[in-house]
Ligand binder design. Sequence first.
Ligand SMILES: [Zn+2]
Length: 238
Amino acid sequence: MVKKSKSRISQKKKTQSKKIIKKVKAAIANPTKIKAKEKKKVEKKLPAKKVAKVKEKKEEIQKTLYMLTAEEMKQINELLTRPIVRQTLIDVGGENALAIIRNFDRALSDEEIAKRLKLKISDVRATLNSLHSEGLVMYDRYKDNETGWYSYSWWLNKERIFKWVEEKTKKFSVAASSNGSEHYVCPFCGVSTIVDFSNAMDKNFRCDICGKPLEYLDEELMQKLGIVETKTFVRVLK
Ligand SMILES: [Zn+2]
């Protein structure tokens, strides 16, 4: 009995060692097998490189896709010379809003904008987020596969800016004061500056935006600015 089991164990050991020897011999005889394994490792790294290339291409496409023509940039610059537009944008996006909007010539990362304008990246992000809440800028988000961090590519929503300015400056209503329909306006900055008498007095009859004197809003001026008066509202016609 004892002998039998002993021989069984030794038999098992023998077959095991035979297998190992076979493997070693095979490895020596056929080194390509090892190379194939190494190759696999290299191949595993390739997709990441490919992904990076695709990402690069995507970003390149985006840059061209959201590129502004010289004519478009001129139009936006013209828009930004209007005091009412400047003031409204600063109200929305803070003091850097104008510089950031004017700076867009294509899709840009927040880092690029900060670098170009020599601003703090946190300030740039704050302004971009405020402008985004009005739909004036948009972004695409990319994930960096290596770091797991997200990067953002921002672009100017040209169509929206023009519509938004129109909305802000034309579609405007002011509750009439209790003492009737006496209103004042800055004829240069337009309808968004309409105030009633007491508000005009608080402002020393000066425009908040450009500092020029406010003028009494008579029928002639109303017609000029496209305004109709109703019982309780001064309404601006589109
Ligand atoms: Zn004004």
